[in-house]
Design a binder for this molecule. Structure first.
Ligand SMILES: [Zn+2]
Length: 227
């Protein structure tokens, strides 16, 4: 963990996976399946988390508010516009604005996955204000899109949590507009992780890789020293 500087995002970002826009039906299937996988790994407790997919019709499929992500059915996925506005009777996730903001920022993003995972929630509660997560030297960094060596540094921006998601989305957009190359994820303090990719599969890999590396960071802190 390091104090934020403007020079820290130094890895080169290039997606290895092409953006493949899905039909609503395929997106629903993928969202239901990833919810079950996250639940099996303890990353979908209670009604936490939300998932979205960019559709071929330009809309966003997103989980509805308040459902258990390990037990999703097709009715638990609704559609919203790229501006985060509901397009069906069901209410999208309360965090829809953040999802929509990521899609507007990055055209290559086809899926956004958000989990209240243990390492993400815990490590951000330990960080001093204005501090991002900096991951260096991990072989697992190579799982991230466009990272080809452990010998690099990846910054995961951390934002203070808020119940005003549109305002938080504006903060994220303002900061991310200045970050090159694009980060693979963001963290909300005491809340969880947002990760994205060209596909659900790629975004899921980013979630898993970051959760593993943040667990290692926490373990290093617990031991109290680096080798
Ligand atoms: Zn959340």
């Amino acid at each position: 963990m390091r104090k934020r500087t403007s020079r820290e995002t130094i890895y080169r970002s290039r997606s290895l996976t092409s953006l493949m826009l899905l039909t609503l039906s395929s997106a629903v299937d993928e969202i239901i399946a990833v919810g079950r996988r996250f639940d099996a790994r303890g990353m979908a407790a209670a009604t936490t988390g939300n998932y979205s997919v960019r559709l071929e019709n330009g809309r966003i499929a997103i989980t509805v508010s308040g459902c258990h992500k390990g037990r999703l059915v097709s009715n638990d996925v609704t559609q919203m516009s790229l501006d985060g506005l509901p397009l069906e009777a069901q209410t999208p996730s309360a965090e829809a604005a953040l999802h929509a903001g990521v899609y507007r920022l990055y055209e290559r993003v086809g899926a956004v996955l958000h989990v209240h995972s243990v390492a993400s929630t815990t490590i951000t509660r330990l960080l001093p204000e204005g501090t991002d997560i900096v991951l260096e030297g991990y072989e697992t960094l190579k799982v991230l899109p466009g990272v080809f060596t452990h010998d690099t540094r990846v910054v995961i921006p951390v934002f203070d949590n808020s119940q005003d998601m549109p305002a938080l989305a504006r903060k994220v957009q303002a900061r991310f507009a200045t970050l090159q190359p694009e980060p693979p994820a963001l963290l909300l303090r005491g809340h969880g992780l947002y990760a994205w990719g060209a596909t659900v599969e790629e975004a899921e890999r980013v979630v898993e890789a970051l959760e593993l590396m943040m667990s290692c960071e926490l373990e290093t802190l617990r031991i109290g020293r680096r080798m």
